[in-house]
Design a protein around this ligand. Structure first.
Ligand code: AMP
Length: 296
């Protein structure tokens, strides 16, 4: 039976007991409303560790838009069932107030000096479009790492920039090891996301243009295109055709993150997209020349 713990003290004790027994804990942080993408992380963690803990915590600190936080899908009962099926041993839920007892202001915010610096990978793109997002992610992830003390943590490549931020954070802290897992997609190519549940049927079909546009750029890359501006223009062209509301569609060097888009000829590239469909903000990305979009 999977253990459902809603207090940090209980979760800490559960993890400490496992570690005392010499078990390596694999940890998968999530915001719940779980789908097959999340479960792929859990299954990998189960295969590589002795016990797997999953956190289901909709972190208010990482939402810059109160409406997005309010309508974020939640289904703890369904999540627990799926996690038990995937072999997780413990689910931890909690509240921000439990993480920071007596420290939250009346509006639920945390004093800026209590926020964790997300480091250089937070510059640009998601960091630029969602003010305070990565400070919120780094602050909660650091708390969760302190609580669980895992050997390995599992993050999805779908949140590309987040994986860079978390990897940097873990290195600065001296652990845990960050394992970054491939993007799981629906048959149309649409990256699985909890927010997909908020899309209309027509919106879902339109949202597939994100991965289609990434694929078009990948095809150009494989045919030898290397000019940063040309590739970015190709990416935007595909998205403009399908009329989604674009936040950004840009390229980056995956080994040298930069706030601004690189120019000139590229040796390596990841294409990253954020767009709104039906008012729902979706993100996707693809490392060019690395095998393309793998569908379910
Ligand atoms: P979230 O609940 O959105 O915070 O996601 C929790 C973790 O699952 C993050 O590390 C995400 O990158 C990862 N994840 C979300 N969607 C996918 C997906 N389609 N494929 C792989 N990993 C994913």
């Amino acid at each position: 039976m999977i253990e459902l713990l809603d207090s940090p003290a209980e979760a800490r004790a559960w993890c400490a007991l496992r570690r005392e027994r010499g078990e390596r804990i694999g940890f998968v942080p999530t915001m719940g409303a779980l789908h097959v993408g999340h479960l792929s992380l859990v299954e990998r963690a189960v295969a590589e560790n002795d016990a797997v803990c999953v956190s289901v915590f909709v972190n208010p600190l990482q939402f810059d838009d109160p409406r997005d936080l309010e309508r974020y899908p939640r289904d703890l009962e369904g999540d627990a069932r799926l996690l038990e099926g995937a072999g997780a041993a413990m689910v931890f839920t909690g509240t921000l107030a439990q993480f920071f007892p007596g420290e939250l202001a009346a509006d639920g915010s945390l004093a800026p000096e209590r926020l964790v610096d997300p480091g250089p990978a937070a510059a640009g793109l998601e960091g630029a479009f969602r003010t305070g997002h990565f400070e919120g992610v780094a602050t909660i992830v650091a708390r969760l790492f302190d609580l669980v003390e895992p050997a390995r943590v599992y993050f999805g490549r779908k949140d590309y920039q987040q994986a860079l931020v978390v990897d940097d954070l873990a290195r600065r802290r001296g652990g845990p090891r960050v394992v970054v897992c491939d993007i799981v997609r629906e048959p149309t190519g649409l990256a699985c996301s909890s927010r997909n549940a908020l899309l209309s049927e027509a919106g879902r079909a339109r949202a597939a243009c994100l991965s289609r546009s990434l694929e078009a750029v990948d095809a150009a890359w494989r045919e030898g295109a290397r000019d940063a501006e040309e590739l970015a223009a190709l990416l935007r062209e595909g998205l403009a055709r399908d009329g989604v509301e674009l936040d950004y569609a840009e390229l980056r060097d995956p080994l040298a993150w930069s706030a601004e888009a690189p120019t000139g000829l590229l040796e390596r590239a990841v294409a990253l997209v954020a767009a709104r469909v039906d008012g729902v903000r979706l993100i996707d990305n693809l490392e060019l020349g690395a095998g393309g979009v793998a569908r379910a």
